[in-house]
Design a binder for this molecule. Structure first.
Ligand SMILES: Nc1ncnc2c1ncn2[C@@H]1O[C@H](COP(=O)(O)OP(=O)(O)OP(=O)(O)O)[C@@H](O)[C@H]1O
Length: 562
């Protein structure tokens, strides 16, 4: 941490935003209780806390999305009352959501002016303003680019620009680094420093405590709905911060030992999947926990052009092995997951599970045979948001115990098991009858992981298994995966969290443009090297993967124990 770059935190510094005595109750839950947060002008203020601690609720209150039951908000020393985000925006509050909200088929300019046409019109003036903001804060945004052509980091910059365009003086960034590779995180932090130097303030929510300590000027810690203190990064370690969040000392993580065996669980050979959906193998689209399989034949692809999203991919994962796949989002990971779980058909190639060719199997058959699935998008694919937790327990496992007894649904069994999962995975909820939507993001994730691990899968597809999950719960989920791996579970791990990929994987592959371009040794590779490889610039530490033979060798049990 470069403490010298931070402005002095004196009592004289102007407070840009002050939330005092904020209390917010939901049925059965006090989400915020007497919270105090003071954000100084020209600083990055981090907000940290366990899943369900109340961070998002507090920010929704500041952004006018929710009304507090008690407490006050002051902007530049003046007390305000917000009834909607429009009120908050008018007072200079901007929010960049974790899930980007841009329209893909529109240009940057169109996206930015959408809804605020009155400010600078929709033509030359708006374009000029966008360029001006982009130059001023070093965002490098081009007004006429089509959003669908932009990568994740560029889209995020457009979101930031959109908020600045509307006159934001305080920006709320909700887990902005969750989807970025290390180099992109550095670039984002440079942007934040620019914003600071122009006198703007940033409220930064993150579970990545190392990043928090490197970018924040001040940190507010929330535990179970209440402010428990503030920390100055120069005087705090990640561990101390985590202990403040949890309220107790953290256990020292166990060292991982290799459990890889020579028994193949999943054998993927020459798998090719077209971006447009893939040719139908005569299986009807079926609603599953993995979503509804969409089988658009290549002929209907836009413009008649068919692009390979996954091109001739081969690998083997053995019992007891976690194979991690690193890659910038959109390089074929989604299609690989879809092909493995069966929501998209292979256009050529094969998938064998415990020696049996499952390429033509339905998603349901795969799941019933022992394929577990933690999906990428928990809202669209992992949960029924408006259904109670116990119904979500059944999702994707309708025919299996404890949810079924013979041909019948066993509701009592599902409910009892939901209570067990809530207890065991520390899902913070007032009960199992509340809707999944009312859980905080991290707690929704814990519920999904609990559900999938409860069916003792033999092969687990884990996409971002700890996304949005706090450090304590992350360690717990990793432990559960390691424990199951010791029992012979094979795991395909896809994650944007490079520390997770390196920490959990036995073997590590890099996916780029739909092909596995390299493999890496998790014992020696650094997140930075992996980040470079992901953007297509493979470093010397990586070996080239030519074919299935090389792949098998690299994945073999002779891998050194770590
Ligand atoms: N609309 C709602 N209805 C009922 N309960 C809610 C609602 N929104 C939030 N809660 C509850 O309030 C508490 C705080 O949730 P919040 O989303 O603010 O936590 P968070 O700190 O942002 O967590 P995470 O890090 O997991 O995103 C949780 O117990 C959550 O279940």
């Amino acid at each position: 941490m470069d403490a010298s770059s931070s402005p002095p935190l004196t009592a004289q510094s102007t407070i840009a935003v002050e939330l005092a005595g904020i209390t917010k109750r939901f049925p059965g839950v006090v989400a915020n209780h007497d919270i105090h947060l003071a954000v100084r002008k020209g600083t990055v203020h981090a907000l940290v806390g366990e899943n369900g601690a109340g961070k998002s609720t507090l920010m929704k209150i500041l952004y006018g999305m929710q009304k507090p039951d008690e407490g006050t908000i002051a902007i530049d020393g003046e007390q305000v009352g917000f009834s909607s985000p429009a009120d908050a925006i008018a007072r200079g509050i901007g929010m960049v959501h974790q899930h980007f909200m841009l329209a893909d088929n529109l240009t940057v300019l169109e996206n930015v002016v959408l809804g605020s046409e009155k400010l600078y019109g929709i033509g030359g003036n708006a374009r000029k303003k966008i360029r001006e903001i982009s130059d001023r804060y070093g965002l490098g945004v081009r007004p006429d680019s089509l959003v669908e052509d932009l990568g994740v980091a560029d889209r995020q910059r457009v979101e930031i620009l959109k908020v600045l365009f509307r006159g934001a003086k305080t920006l709320i960034l909700d887990e902005p680094t969750a989807v970025l590779v290390p180099q992109e995180v550095d670039a984002l932090f440079d942007n934040l420093r620019e914003l600071k130097s122009e006198g703007l303030s940033v409220i930064f929510i993150s579970h990545k405590l190392g990043e928090v300590l490197s970018v924040a000027d001040e940190i507010t810690v929330i535990r179970r709905g209440t402010t428990v203190g503030t920390a100055v990064p120069a005087e705090t370690t990640p561990r101390q911060l985590a202990e403040m969040m949890v309220g107790s000392e953290l256990p020292t993580p166990e060292t991982a030992e290799s459990t890889v065996t020579d028994k193949p669980v999943i054998e993927v050979r020459n798998l090719t999947v077209y971006a447009s959906g893939g040719a139908s193998l005569g299986i009807e689209a079926e609603p599953t926990a993995g979503g509804v399989s969409g089988m658009i034949s290549p002929e209907v692809a836009v413009g008649g052009e068919v692009k390979k999203a996954l091109d001739d991919v081969s690998f083997t994962i053995h019992a007891g092995e976690v194979m991690g796949i690193a890659g910038v989002e959109g390089n074929g990971q989604t299609e690989l997951i879809d092909a493995l779980i069966g929501t998209k058909n292979a256009d050529s190639g094969s998938i064998a599970f415990l020696g049996e060719d499952i390429t033509p199997w339905t998603t349901r058959k795969r799941r019933e045979s022992g394929v577990g699935y933690i999906p990428e998008d928990r809202h669209r694919q992992g949960l029924l948001l408006e259904a109670p937790l116990w119904e979500n327990r059944i999702l994707g496992h309708v025919t299996e115990a404890p949810n079924a007894k013979g041909f019948w649904l066993n509701i009592k069994g599902a409910q009892a098991d939901t209570r067990r999962i809530v207890e065991e995975f520390d899902v913070r909820t007032p009960g199992i009858d509340v809707t999944a939507a009312s859980l905080s993001g991290g707690n929704q994730q814990k519920l999904i992981v609990g559900r999938e691990m409860s069916h003792n899968p033999k092969f687990l597809i884990a996409a971002h298994p700890t996304r949005g999950v706090d450090v304590g719960a992350q360690a717990q989920i990793w432990d559960r995966i390691r424990e199951a791996r010791r029992e012979g579970l094979a795991v395909l791990l896809i994650s944007a969290d490079l520390d997770e990929l390196i920490g959990l994987s036995d073997t590590l592959r890099v996916i780029y443009n739909g092909t596995l371009v390299a493999d890496a040794d998790p014992a020696t590779i650094t997140p930075e090297e992996l980040g470079s490889a992901m953007t297509g610039a493979a470093s010397g530490h990586l070996e080239h993967v030519d074919d299935a033979e090389t792949t098998e060798e690299a994945a073999g049990p002779e891998d050194e124990a770590r």
